[in-house]
Design a protein. Structure first.
Length: 115
């Protein structure tokens, strides 16, 4: 169990380190409130991913599951909730800016045709 939390904190440390490197090279501006909120949301995502089985136990319904589908469902639900809250309470936020869209981007389609 402590290994899970150590791994989560290590991932958060890597994200924070990369953000600080970008700040040193003046590639980003940092809003401390949003940085801390983002790290908290990322921590909650990891927690939902690894502990989601305790909230939704799909093993009771599907006895032959090989992967952590319960954790993934809880983690995706958390992200949907975060997107909905941001869209509802932050005036200049667009879900499209967070990368959530139903339309395909033409540049990605041309890359896909290469493979």
């Amino acid at each position: 169990m402590p290994d899970m939390y150590f791994g989560m904190l290590a991932n958060l440390g890597v994200v924070l380190f990369l953000v600080l490197i970008l700040k040193v090279f003046n590639k980003v501006t940092i809003n401390l409130t949003w940085l801390l909120a983002t790290l908290l949301i990322l921590f909650c995502y990891f927690l939902a991913l690894f502990k989601g089985k305790e909230l939704i136990s799909l093993d009771l319904i599907f006895t032959d599951l090989k992967w952590n589908w319960s954790g993934k469902i809880v983690a995706i639900s958390l992200w949907a909730l975060v997107l909905a809250l941001l869209a509802a309470f932050k005036n200049d936020f667009k879900i499209r800016d967070a990368g959530f869209t139903f339309r395909k981007i033409k540049a990605l389609l041309s890359l896909h045709s290469l493979f």
